[in-house]
Write a protein that binds this ligand. Structure first.
Ligand code: MG
Ligand code: MG
Length: 249
């Protein structure tokens, strides 16, 4: 069931989303060679609690941390760890959720650790751009397939693949609501987009195969071929005009 949000509810979601944006911005500046992902997680929780919000991920299906940190071939759901020390040339995806007054914001970005290769930088650029290409389609009169197809087309045009096993999703009082919005699909298919829908769009883009697997920790998702993967996400609201990004400053 898709839950439409009123303007005042979207305003509340925007406040939750703003906290996520603050976290991701601050963490992106702290990412550098030599720090470990548990430090990033600690900082994220401090920032969220300072803003009187709750880390949405912590305890979600038993997840042990505030953010997910996914390095290089890891695409999503990496568990922060003191043992995971960032090295020059890595890329790291940071995914964060914050709940404020019962409303959830969910966003992610992938950032370079120090100097990265031009190939890795291109992957980040294409993945981030794919998110905005998708957001551009999030309009009344379109269907969810218009978002999906736009993302897939943009990514594949650059020679990369989109992950099938994980998708964008509705978000509101719960982090995962209907509808699912895959990063692949066909134009004019899927559900009609309506004012008041709030959706987390999150392209996950692989350099090689779209296939993925889950590590023995039961959480970390990696590319099946071990090649790089990137991930960008925003929570957005569909309005009568332009799509509204809720997870930004
Ligand atoms: Mg997320
Ligand atoms: Mg999400």
């Amino acid at each position: 069931m898709i839950i439409l949000k009123s303007d005042s509810e979207i305003k509340l979601m925007r406040e939750a989303g703003r906290i996520v944006a603050i976290v991701l911005n601050e963490l992106a500046e702290k990412v550098k060679p030599g720090i470990n992902t548990a430090q990033l997680d600690r900082w994220a929780e401090e920032i969220i609690r300072k803003h009187h919000a709750i880390p949405t991920f912590k305890g979600y299906n038993g997840f042990p941390a505030t953010i997910t940190t996914s390095v290089n071939e890891e695409l999503v759901h990496g568990i922060p760890s003191q043992k995971k020390v960032l090295k020059e040339g890595d890329i790291i995806s940071l995914d964060c959720g914050a709940t404020l007054n019962g409303w959830v914001g969910d966003a992610a970005l992938t950032v370079p650790v120090g100097e990265i290769s031009p190939e890795a930088q291109k992957l980040l650029d294409v993945t981030e751009r794919a998110l905005y290409v998708g957001i551009e389609q999030a309009r009344v009169g379109n269907r969810s397939g218009d978002i999906s197809a736009a993302i897939q087309e943009y990514v594949e045009k650059h020679g990369y693949s989109v992950v099938r096993n994980y998708t964008g999703h509705g978000v509101g009082r719960n982090m995962h609501e209907d509808p699912q919005v895959p990063n692949y699909g066909r134009k004019h298919r899927g559900i009609p987009l309506k004012k008041g829908m709030t959706i987390a769009l999150e392209p996950m883009v692989n350099v090689g195969t779209p296939r993925t697997r889950v590590l023995a920790d039961q959480w970390t998702v990696v590319t099946d071929d071990g090649k790089l993967s990137a991930h960008f996400e925003h929570t957005i609201a569909i309005t009568n005009g332009d799509p509204l990004i809720l997870t930004q400053l």
